[in-house]
Design a protein around this ligand. Sequence first.
Ligand SMILES: Nc1nc2c(ncn2[C@@H]2O[C@H](COP(=O)(O)OP(=O)(O)OP(=O)(O)O)[C@@H](O)[C@H]2O)c(=O)[nH]1
Ligand SMILES: [Mg+2]
Length: 480
Amino acid sequence: MPGTFKSSSSSSTQSSWPPPPPANETPEQRKVRLEEEALAKKRSDQIDKELNAEKESKKRKLGAKILLLGQAESGKSTVLKNFQLLFAPKAFQSEAEIWRPVIHLNLVRSVNFILSFLTSRLAGMRESSLGQSSTTVLEGGPVQINPEIRKLVLRLAPLRQVEETLNRALAGSPGMGAGAASNATTGNQRYNPARATEVSVPSGYGWKNAISGRRSQESSSSNTSDTSELGQTRRVLAACGDDIVKLWSDRGVQQALKSAEIALEEQPGFFLDEASRITEEDYVPLPEDVLKARVTTVGPEAHVIVDEKELDSNAREWTIYDVGGSRSQRAAWAQFFDDVNIIIFLAPMSGFNQVLAEDESVNRLTDSLRLWQTICSNKILANLEFVIFLNKLDILAAKLKSGIQFSQFVTSFVDKPNETKPVAKYLLDVFVSLHQQHSPRKRKLHPHLTCAVDTKATSSVITRIRDMILVKFLSQTSVL
Ligand SMILES: Nc1nc2c(ncn2[C@@H]2O[C@H](COP(=O)(O)OP(=O)(O)OP(=O)(O)O)[C@@H](O)[C@H]2O)c(=O)[nH]1
Ligand SMILES: [Mg+2]
């Protein structure tokens, strides 16, 4: 009977949970009991921690869900990094060192690319002089190759091994990376600018976890007793630093690359201009380096960014979906179409004289315009806000300045100067009018001319987008 139930669980018993041990407990039983209690406490603490984290997360205000779209190398992952740098600079900074092997691999691939290029060209060269310097006839005319460069090519040979080690560290197995530079110029293979330096790793955080694991073995600063593989690659790179600088700054090498129409400085993951700093043994990547680092996204990735500027418990969580942009990756985009609030489309303006890496019969600008038209006309996306970044403004400017004629590739661009402003304006008009013509219903487009590796300029664009989302979108859906 409840009324008469005299619980033995008086307040004193309740407060002494767990129940006292049996009076006749043996030392062995006591040991087992204490171990079990310790384990139970550990589990309980873990559960408390998870519940608290969940509570905190629920308290957080929802930000928008953003989907980044665009062809491969358009700058989607770079824009994601800009969001991370602006909203969560501490988290971004704490990850900086994880990017070091990627940056090293980007650099080493560029160097190995030049070495392969020189080796294959020198092998078939026609010497017209056996003096201090020799003249090599390449496509585009004769160039001077300093004999010192031949020695450099030999001295830098260990970088092949470094490339393999870094590949293995990042992707789990050698050759996992796309288009190793060492293959790029050997035999009759054509120079493929899209594949000179890039790193392809499985999607998600796999490569970051792999590097974090290895980093716990290696020291974060210069340490000659560091025998880990990544530690050794850092030492080899430090020893090769001066030679890399000499190789890249050699006029004959520059001229040879130019004669073959190879512009490594326009490639993703280009770090040769910073080789001296990046090869220092205690090098820690700067935010700008992380932005320039190239990793091909394979498969969609969801990134949750907690805005560090807001109060902890009240911070806003933004979800950004980053996808792979090459043709084979695009089928995976659709799964996010009915789950996002805003789309940021990336169109690289510098692609007008390039072809797709996955299909060399297709011009990159043509592909970008077709892709944009398809996205604009998609009915599931009809109610979403669209932002378009006409990206790689700096590379467009450099190409035009170097004399490449935009009108040679885009014949409808007539009677206008071959300069950045009119070309960018022309492209902007084309993308805006495609949006107007093909959107199923009227919607506002937010266009921006961007250089995603310029953190300062991009941060002001992202701040404007964030304010637009907060005011227009989140207030309407009362999530604010
Ligand atoms: N110079 C310059 N480089 C840029 C710009 N935007 C991006 N990049 C570089 O271009 C390369 C490709 O950018 P990503 O952000 O990796 O391209 P993505 O669209 O994510 O490519 P996928 O993952 O293959 O779909 C990286 O090395 C970037 O640092 C830009 O505006 N200017
Ligand atoms: Mg990417």
